[in-house]
Design a protein around this ligand. Structure first.
Ligand code: GLN
Ligand code: ZN
Length: 766
């Protein structure tokens, strides 16, 4: 039997973020459209050539996107909201970017439309990649707007690459869509008709197989989704064109029999997230169903243990033809380890990025087709790295193991319940009603970033950089005092990123130089690599806090990133459960919390911006995750006395389904995002009888607009309808690092004025 290898998608951004620069230059008006398109074509060609040279038998096309593949699909189907003013079937690049990013009055757009908001953006399943949410309204007419996927197929063919075009599946696309006054599934037949047209064009162009991504198959399916899948895959397959239905990010579980029985030619499953589904799949899959096994992790950066994979794959390959592939698109991992020259060589040999993952697939293929002897050296190297990783003292630290083993239940409990703490803290802090504060960061100006970069390059020495940061911090403290804020922050000028800053000071983390992963559009992140047991060799934030506090009599909040957020925004170990890694981070943060308290800090904020996004894909797994996540937060926060006020901050507005867990975090103050939803979500907090204090963000920091005093007073009055006055704080939605000082200053002045108005009217009413 023969084994071939496939990739489901390759990173689009380019090894050196070429796409980012091409896009941003184009958006800034520095380069013409032709330059952008040429750069994009160059990246596609390079990706095909690279994968081809690495021995990929099934090359993807159509996986490239200028911004987002979900938006590409929406545009293909002509699902363009009316506000963008595109003519039916004629939405071009201008409309595409308007949907992606919105427009400002002066940049392009029609003269009479001052500005257009972008489509909503949200996370792609449980990844850190964001897609643009498709919008559908009643009466909307869908028409085929472009055939980019056909053009990409032809483009590859013209260059000598036979590819398997990639389409986002219709049922997944509909499941991601937001209907306004309409059920997206009402459009099912219309959408299927358009997919049918696309498929016939692909067939005419010479394609033999098409990859259709239906990750929705790994979620809890509704009856409606099931029916839609049945209908779609009864309709779509054609004689001359085979469909490879791809699923990823989780096991098919109870949908396995259903998926394996759909009348498609092939099925791809994720055997990294759900290795156990292989046996069930082999039983359920008809002999003529072509199986694609996702055996190499497309979501994480670890090298595989190839011999143990072969142990599992040899019996399968003896029975039937198989395709081997990464578990999902390689979009979620960096491009090439060869670009990293600063990684510790020991750590480096445990790692594989996109290119190295394809190399692993090629080795597996050869071993299965020609015998292990044909790749003996490569297998030996893989086994040696795996064996070494199991015992390396770089990873395994007995002190950390002992400390985790010694965790006792009381370490997760504050000394007294909130009702007692609140009085002690009121005494210690002496804050007015409706206390004002900010979320932590102040503008990361060009100057701040330049100084950091110059310091990184060695052009500014440590003393000069430190002096610069002190000056920035001092200015921020003085300004906050003048503005009349009640609880101050130091401003986070010394931090490059809220996770990286901590990771760099903890042991067990490694940092890369070029390992960028697309977050959305041109935005990329470079997640830290959590490779070993975590400990905190020395205090991380105390010096800066102490300096800031020395400048003022007002309380300055200590500012930390929480364990769950550090975990969720890193590439984490795959040799122990996520929860075990999280607990180690929690102990390190706990050390920092108690050191801050010992230094005299009276209020400490532990940000958990990413707690919600760690929720598993299937509901049945939610509670287990929430339990250990909350547990880790509490472990980090509970080492302090009653007088120390613990804050947290969360950057989102969907709490209703996780409120009991938010309550269980037992914080003294939580700040959340509410301005855009008009405080609606506070209803949930009220119904849940949330006991402690809440700072519902009173203005949206994501836009440059300066809010008025009146609108913030009005929002707080809405908040008052749900919560007691004594529970409320006044603060912006999130940190201010992306804003400019001339936006921040008037906004905060107005916010402080709003709080004063509230105090006065509360005083008058009393
Ligand atoms: N303290 C962080 C800041 O203000 C919080 C940001 C966040 O949670 N995203 O930047
Ligand atoms: Zn935030």
């Amino acid at each position: 039997m023969t084994v071939t290898i496939a990739t489901l998608g390759f990173p689009r951004i380019g090894p050196r973020r070429e796409l980012k620069y091409a896009l941003e230059n184009y958006w800034a008006g520095k380069t013409p459209q032709a330059d952008l398109l040429e750069a994009a074509a160059g990246l596609r060609t390079a990706a095909w050539a690279r994968q081809n040279a690495l021995g990929v038998d099934w090359l993807p096309s159509g996986d490239f996107s200028l911004y987002d593949h979900v938006l590409d699909t929406s545009l293909m189907l002509g699902a363009v909201p009316q506000r963008y003013g595109a003519e039916e079937g004629a939405a071009g690049l201008g409309t595409y970017f308007a949907m992606a990013r919105g427009t400002t009055g002066d940049a392009g757009g029609c003269a009479h439309h001052s500005s257009l908001t972008a489509c909503e953006m949200t996370k792609w399943y449980d990844t850190n990649y964001h897609y643009m949410v498709p919008e559908l309204v009643a009466g909307q007419k869908l028409t085929l707007n472009n055939m980019k996927v056909v053009e990409d197929y032809r483009e590859a063919k013209a260059q000598g690459f036979e590819t398997r075009p990639v389409l986002l599946g219709p049922v997944t696309w509909l499941s991601l869509a937001k209907g306004r006054g309409v059920d997206p599934f009402d459009f099912l037949d219309e959408v299927l008709g358009l997919y049918g047209v696309i498929l016939s064009h692909l067939e005419q162009a010479g394609a033999q197989w098409v990859q259709i991504d239906e990750p929705v198959l790994v979620t809890d399916l509704t009856e409606q989704q099931r029916r839609a899948l049945t209908r779609a895959y009864a309709k779509l397959p054609r004689k001359g064109l085979k469909l490879m239905l791809t699923t990823y990010f989780c096991g098919l579980d109870s949908n396995l029999g259903f998926a394996a029985a759909l009348p498609v030619a092939g099925l791809h499953v994720d055997l990294v997230r759900a290795p156990e589904q292989l046996d069930a799949l082999l039983k359920a899959a008809p002999k003529n169903l072509c199986l694609s096994l996702g055996v190499i992790d497309g979501r994480n950066i670890w090298r595989s243990d190839l011999e143990s994979l072969l142990d599992r794959l040899e019996p399968v390959a003896a029975e039937r033809d198989i395709i081997l592939a990464p578990s999902c698109s390689l979009l979620h991992v960096p491009v090439d380890l060869a670009l990293e020259n600063k990684l510790d060589p020991q750590v480096r040999q445990w790692i594989a990025f996109a290119v190295q993952k394809i190399e692993e697939l090629a080795i597996l293929k050869r071993a299965l087709n020609e015998g292990r002897d044909s790749v003996a050296d490569a297998l030996a190297a893989s086994s040696a790295a795996a064996a070494q990783r199991k015992v390396s003292p770089l990873i395994h630290n007995p002190d950390v193991t002992a400390r985790v083993a010694a965790i006792t239940p009381d370490m997760r409990e504050r000394r007294s319940p909130y009702g007692v703490r609140v009085a002690v803290q009121a005494d210690a802090l002496k804050l007015p009603a409706f206390p004002t504060t900010t979320i932590g960061s102040f503008p990361q100006t060009g100057e701040v970033r330049r100084a950091r970069a110059e310091h990184g390059r060695g052009n500014i020495d440590a003393a000069a950089y430190e002096a610069f940061l002190r000056e920035e911090t001092g200015r921020a403290i003085r300004w906050q005092e003048e503005a009349g804020l009640d609880m101050l922050v130091h401003g986070e000028f010394e931090r490059n990123d809220m996770v990286q800053y901590f990771g760099e000071q903890l042991s067990g983390f490694a940092f890369t130089s070029n390992a960028w992963v697309q977050s959305y559009g041109s935005r990329c992140v470079r997640p830290p690599i959590l490779y070993g047991d975590v400990s905190r060799p020395a205090p991380m934030t105390v010096t800066w806090w102490r300096y800031a506090q020395s400048l003022t009599d007002k309380p300055v909040k200590g500012m930390l990133t929480g364990p769950v957020t550090i975990l969720n925004w890193s590439f984490v170990r795959d040799d122990q459960p996520r929860e075990a890694s999280c607990r180690q981070i929690a102990l390190a943060i706990r050390d920092e919390v108690t050191d801050l308290e010992a230094a005299g800090c009276k209020a400490i904020q532990i940000d958990e911006a990413a707690l919600r996004e760690g929720l598993p894909l299937k509901r049945r797994d939610w509670q287990a995750y929430l339990d250990w996540a909350v547990d880790c937060f509490r472990l980090s926060a509970s080492g302090v006395g009653d007088a120390t006020q613990i804050h947290t901050h969360m950057c989102y507005s969907e709490f209703n389904d996780i409120l009991p867990s938010i309550g269980a975090m037992d914080t003294d103050v939580i700040s959340i995002e509410t301005a855009r939803s008009q405080m609606e979500l506070l209803e949930g907090f009220a119904a849940y009888r949330y006991p402690s204090a809440i700072g519902p963000g009173v203005y949206d920091i994501h836009a440059p607009r300066v809010p008025t005093v009146e609108e913030m007073v009005r929002l707080m009055e809405l908040a008052r309808q749900h919560l007691g006055a004594e529970q409320l704080w006044v603060n912006p939605d999130c940190g201010l690092k992306t804003r400019k000082w001339d936006e921040v200053k008037p906004a905060i002045d107005a916010m402080v004025a709003a709080a004063r108005t509230l105090r006065e009217s509360a005083g008058a009413a009393a």
